[in-house]
Design a protein around this ligand. Structure first.
Ligand code: ADP
Length: 434
């Protein structure tokens, strides 16, 4: 059981020590000398243990106090318990510090702590990568000597940390880094920095996308508005004009409808999780169905169709996407191919791969446009295509559909030489159609 120091106990001990001396002194009629001996021996005894305490505190390496009788055992116990408590606290603090450091390393952001005068106190690994800080070599160095980016220096000088600051990666990679300064302790600031390159890119894409859609919808809406205004007072309008107005409005309407459908297809494809590649898509049947659907326009344009289905392979993948890819490529070849021209559609083997290819003898495409054809809304000649009802979305649908099958669209084309659009499916996604 733990014993505690009390004044009563101390007094009792003193009395217990002095009383025998006093009693003997009184009996021998030597009370005062006996008391003097009692107190002197008490002082010597205490001096001895006082010396042992000092020796233990300053020279001994052990935490355990030496054995001592009486009041000194209370003192030793008291000191020992205080030391133990401090030791446990220290251990808890160091565990806490270690956890904080581990947490700071685990966060996906760069973090460092600086004093209010700007000297570096601590930094995590990511901060060392983003800002080229060295740890612990840079500890105590002013941050403005370590991150020399002018915008950062100015921001730090003004010291208005309410708004974050974005800087271009000071280490030289083209990254946008957003930094936020937060009070940490009374005298320190915690700085969190994150790579927002991707976020900015997405934001730019979103803005471009909204601007593109609005722009694309503006033209048909303007045309339709013009005609509607004209038709409001239809009495003075010649019948031929009315017929043309209805025809044009119909075309614009179809174009808008197609654009909305294609946008929905794109957003559906983007929203779909990675395919599991368990469904078998019979490519030969799929291509024949697509051709059958497009037969009326092939005939209307008097196009000679040549089909080569020498590959019998089916593809493990998503039927809707593969249909969209084939259908868009064949439709384009018909749309941009010349009247009474030739169209070749093929599904055949190239080594271990199977290739889908569509070839036309249309106007062909200038090399500079080729890399951009799969961008959303990208069209080579906007005027010509908008007359043909083009939206610039077909090939971006193809690109998405193929990405899901670990494939990509390849184009061979030159002005006046026709075009060949094709993609290859890797052997691991090919299976026998039966
Ligand atoms: P669109 O709806 O305009 O056809 P696409 O994304 O399908 O949109 O095609 C993008 C552009 O690529 C078209 O506007 C056209 O200029 C060009 N293009 C596509 N296929 C062909 C082709 N077979 N021959 C010539 N140009 C083509």
């Amino acid at each position: 059981m733990e014993r505690h120091y009390t004044l009563t106990r101390l007094l009792k001990r003193l009395i217990a020590w002095v009383l025998p001396f006093a009693l003997i002194g009184w009996l021998l009629d030597l009370l005062w000398p006996a008391l003097a001996v009692a107190f002197a021996s008490a002082v010597i005894w205490h001096l001895f243990y006082f010396h042992r305490l000092n020796h233990w505190l300053w020279q001994s390496r052990t935490m355990l106090p030496p054995q001592a009788p009486g009041a000194w055992s209370d003192i030793y116990d008291g000191i020992y318990r205080t030391l133990r408590r401090a030791q446990i606290k220290r251990r808890q603090l160091s565990i806490l510090l270690q956890r904080f450091r581990q947490a700071a390393e685990a966060i996906p952001d760069a973090a460092f702590v600086i004093e209010s005068d700007g000297t570096l106190v601590w930094s995590n690994k990511l901060a060392q990568i983003y800002f080229g800080l060295r740890w612990p070599a840079d500890r105590g160095i002013r941050i403005t000597n370590l991150i020399r980016y002018p915008r950062f220096l100015k921001y730090f000088e003004i010291a208005d940390f309410d708004e974050p600051i974005t800087i271009l990666d000071p280490v030289g990679e083209q990254r946008d880094i957003e930094m936020r300064f937060m009070p940490y302790t009374d005298t320190q600031l915690l700085v969190i920095a994150r790579d927002i390159t991707q976020l900015r890119k997405l934001e730019r894409l979103r803005k471009d996308f909204v601007a593109n859609v609005s722009h694309e919808l503006k033209t048909p809406l303007t045309v339709m508005n013009g005609y509607l205004e004209l038709l409001q007072d239809s009495e003075g309008v010649p019948p031929a004009m009315v017929k043309k107005a209805v025809h044009d409005m119909n075309l614009q309407n179809q174009r808008m409808q197609k654009m909305v459908e294609q946008l929905l297809t794109l957003s559906r494809m983007e929203g779909q999780m990675q395919d599991t590649f368990t469904k078998k898509v019979a490519m030969v049947t799929l291509i024949q169905e697509v051709i059958a659907e497009l037969q009326p326009i092939i005939q209307a344009k008097n196009i000679a169709l040549h089909v080569d289905m020498s590959a019998t392979d089916a593809v493990l993948g998503n039927e809707e996407k593969l249909r969209a890819a084939c259908s868009n490529l064949i439709t384009n070849a018909i749309k941009y191919g010349k009247e009474s021209g030739h169209l070749r559609v093929a599904w055949y083997r190239v080594g271990q791969f199977a290739e889908f290819s569509v070839e036309d003898d249309g106007p062909g495409i200038e090399t500079e446009h080729l890399p951009r054809l799969t961008e959303r809304f990208y069209r080579v000649e906007k005027d010509r295509n908008s007359a043909s009802g083009g939206t610039g979305l077909g090939l971006s649908i193809v690109k998405h559909a193929l990405e899901h099958h670990r494939s990509y669209l390849q184009i061979e084309s030159a002005p006046g030489q026709g075009s060949r659009f094709f993609f290859r499916i890797a052997p691991e996604l090919l299976v026998s159609a039966n």
